[in-house]
Ligand binder design. Structure first.
Ligand code: NDP
Ligand code: MG
Length: 405
């Protein structure tokens, strides 16, 4: 991001996944600074009416929806209110707006593997990317980081932990963490809604209970991932790619208050932490304005009245997803792709009541064991492995259904 762009005109921003939790928080920050940021494109999927409202408020050049029927409906509504926004349809249109030459910054906030193509399009076009869509990096880390270095794209993590680590890292960290004195990266995890729930009771918890996160308000998929601790597992892999760290250098600690967002441990015994209220507007504002700072609208921490800060080790027996993700991080190659695809399939099935909470790690482990580990060199091979893991997950679910009936 050049200083010239900052000083001469507002940054033009494309928000992919604008109707979601991260998208809405981003638009809230943007609307506080009309002199600095301008919305160029917004995308939505199922929440068309919300997308229409966002278009009326932010007046983007483009809006992207999934299909032609939604395109017609939204375009009609926007014409009625004399808005000049052009509505586009389909995944190719996401790639089009993400790589558009007039865009400076792309907020990658689509959930899951469906966000991979547009996030990569933005990377290849050399944009500044505010990365929320961790699944894209988990699936295609090597290709993603190579494309970023070739195109000189700037990847700004807005996952709160990774944004915290970014803020605690010294200059030059990406070339060699050891050379800049980093000993460990420590990711904090709230522990989710089932932190204290015994194993036997975890079998019968519901999707609504899993989605009731104690400290963060988020979309359903990441809420379930937080409840299983798969979110932290995905974040280990995310941290390895973002900070050029081997998995052995990334630790996890449970911190129920979600005030310390992550830490960096240095060889001299210093430990740098990032603290803040648990609100995505904090990392989003940081990444949008970096290297400057802007008001996020989030109030300052009240240190004197703050509750105690507690830390405890994660329990990988009750939450096997964390172990599975760590093993996939160490294995590398196709393992993180399989892990991610099996997890997406499992979470989807859990959310619609097709299987129990503790079957999520069972399904993932079974799919990981049934597919051969491969090395990855192209996006096509990423997509093939993703598809075969999803096929394997469907077989597992069908077998489970036939046993139950
Ligand atoms: P939400 O479910 O709230 O939002 C997801 C967004 O993706 C929505 O705009 C949704 O559209 C869109 N979307 C869903 N399916 C498709 C599809 N097939 N094609 C195109 N767009 C689609 O999720 P979150 O905002 O919570 O999370 C988004 C990403 O950010 C995830 O990768 C998550 O892991 C990551 N993240 C989220 C955090 C949070 O606090 N929420 C924190 C850190 C990371 P629609 O709603 O219109 O259907
Ligand atoms: Mg996070």
């Amino acid at each position: 991001m050049s200083g010239a762009t900052w000083s001469t005109r507002p940054q033009r921003i494309c928000v992919l996944g604008a109707t979601g939790s991260v998208g809405v928080s981003t638009l809230d920050v943007i609307s506080r600074h009309p002199d600095k940021y301008e919305v160029f494109a917004l995308s939505g999927y199922s929440r068309l009416s919300d997308l229409g409202n966002l278009c009326e408020r932010h007046r983007p050049r483009y809006a992207v929806v999934p299909d032609y029927e939604s395109q017609e409906r939204l375009q009609r509504r926007l014409v009625e209110v004399s808005l000049e926004t052009t509505v586009l349809a389909g995944p190719d249109s996401l790639d089009f707006v993400a790589s558009h030459q007039e865009v400076d910054t792309v907020v990658a906030a689509i959930v899951g593997s469906v966000g991979l193509s547009s996030t990569l399009a933005a990377v290849r076009a050399g944009k500044k990317i505010l990365l929320a869509n961790k699944e894209a990096l988990v699936m295609s880390g090597a290709l993603f980081m190579k494309a970023a270095s070739e195109s000189r794209a700037i990847i700004m993590p807005i996952d709160s932990e990774h944004n915290a680590i970014f803020q605690c890292m010294p200059p030059g960290y990406h070339d060699n963490l050891n050379a800049v004195g980093v000993r460990r990266i420590i990711l904090t995890a709230s522990g989710g809604p089932f932190r204290k729930v015994p194993s036997e009771m975890l079998r019968s918890v519901t999707a609504d209970q899993a989605c009731a996160h104690p400290t963060w308000s988020m979309g359903k998929k990441i809420s379930v991932d937080s409840a299983t601790l798969m979110n932290k597992g995905l974040e280990i892999i995310e941290a390895c790619w973002l900070f050029n760290a081997p998995p052995q250098m990334v630790d996890v600690v449970i911190h129920p208050q979600s005030i310390v967002h992550s830490l960096v441990d240095y060889v001299d015994g210093s430990m740098l932490a990032h603290l803040g209220n648990p609100d995505m507007k904090v990392p989003i504002s940081h990444a949008l304005a970096w290297p400057q700072r802007v008001d996020s609208g989030v109030k300052a921490l009240d240190l004197v009245n703050m509750a105690r800060l507690e830390f405890e080790p994660p329990d990988e027996k009750r939450f096997p997803c964390l172990r599975l993700a760590r093993e996939a991080a160490v294995a590398g190659g196709s393992a993180p792709i399989i892990l991610n695809a099996a997890n997406e399939a499992a979470v989807k099935a859990f959310l619609v009541g097709d299987m129990g909470f503790m079957q999520i790690p069972e399904l993932i482990e079974s799919v990981l064991n049934s597919l051969e580990g491969l090395s990855i060199s192209t996006l096509e091979s990423v997509m093939e492995i993703d598809a075969s893991a999803r096929r394997e997950a469907s077989h597992w679910l069908r077998r489970g259904r036939s046993v139950r009936h």
